[in-house]
Design a protein around this ligand. Sequence first.
Ligand SMILES: Nc1ncnc2c1ncn2[C@@H]1O[C@H](COP(=O)(O)OP(=O)(O)OP(=O)(O)O)[C@@H](O)[C@H]1O
Length: 302
Amino acid sequence: MTAGQEMIRLDAVAKEFPGGVRAVDAVDLAVEAGSVYGIVGHSGAGKSTLLRLINLLERPTTGSVTVGGQELTTLGERQLRTARRDIGMIFQQFNLFRSRTVLGNVAFPLRQSGSSRAEARTKALEALRFVGLDEHAKRYPEQLSGGQRQRVGIARALATSPRVLLCDEATSALDPQTTQEVLELLRRVNTELGVTIVVITHEMEVVTAICDRVAVMEDGRVVERGEVHEVFTRPQHPTTQAFVRAALHASPVLGLLPGLLREHGVDAAVADSVLAQLDANGTEFASAERTERNQRNQAVSA
Ligand SMILES: Nc1ncnc2c1ncn2[C@@H]1O[C@H](COP(=O)(O)OP(=O)(O)OP(=O)(O)O)[C@@H](O)[C@H]1O
C-alpha cells in the first residue's frame, strides 16, 4: 500500500456502552496511508473509544472498520490477533511491565506472536536502537525518565513492524521539552518507517506539530475535519473555534502561532485574521494582550 491509498477506513461506526452511553456515533473516517491524522476533542468527546475501535479493542455496535484493506469487523478473535500485529499502540501512562527489563518489554509482543527468543531479542534491540535506547536495554522502566519510558513504549509498538501506530494522549504526561522530543520521534516513525499514525489529544500543539489532517469530535461525532492548516486557520464549528481560541489565548504568539507559521507557512497577517474571526464570534481579548500580540506580530513580520 502506498501513499494516496486509504490505510484506515471507518464506515458509520458507532459504539454504545451498556447503560446507553453512545460514546461514538455514526463516524466515517478515512486515513491515507503514510499520513499522520489527529483527533481532538474535549474530555468525554469519544476520542479514546474511537481509537480503540480502530484496532477493535472495542467492537463497534454497528458499522465497519477496515485497516490495510482488511475488514477487521468480519474477523474472529484468532484472526484479529494476527491482524493486530499490523497496528501498534502507545499510551499516556506508557503501560510498561515494571517487572520486565526494557528489552523484555519490547520483546514481549514478538514472543506473544510466536517469534523465537533469539529473533525477538534481535528485533527488540533494533527497535530500541531506532528510539535511541539500546544502551538501556537491561534497565527496568522505573530507572528511566518519563520521556525514555514513552520511547520504550514506541519501541515496543514498533517491534512487530506495524503499518499503523495509534497514539492515545502519548505526550499528555510529559513536560514541554520531552513532549517535543517524543513528537520528533513520532515524526521519524512516520517519515523514515512510513508508518501511518493516528493521534488523539486535547493539545492543539501536538496536532500542529505532526499532523497532516485533523478531525474534531464532540459528543461522539466528528463535527469538523480537514487539513490542519485549513481547519485551524478557518475554524467553522464552535468546538474547533473554542480549541483555537484557547490555544491562542493561552499564549497568542509563543504558543500555537509559531508552530502554524513554521509548519504550514502561515504569515502573521493570516494569524491576525484568525483572531479577528474569533473576535467576531464573540471572544474578547484583553486590550493589553492584544497590544502585546500586535507588537510581537510586527516583530515576527519585520
Ligand atoms: N467502558 C465504558 N463503559 C461505559 N461508558 C464508557 C466506557 N468508556 C467510555 N465511556 C463513556 O463514553 C464517552 C466517551 O469516552 P472516551 O473515553 O472515549 O472520551 P475521550 O474523548 O477519550 O475523553 P478523555 O479525553 O477524558 O479521555 C464518555 O461519556 C465515557 O464516560
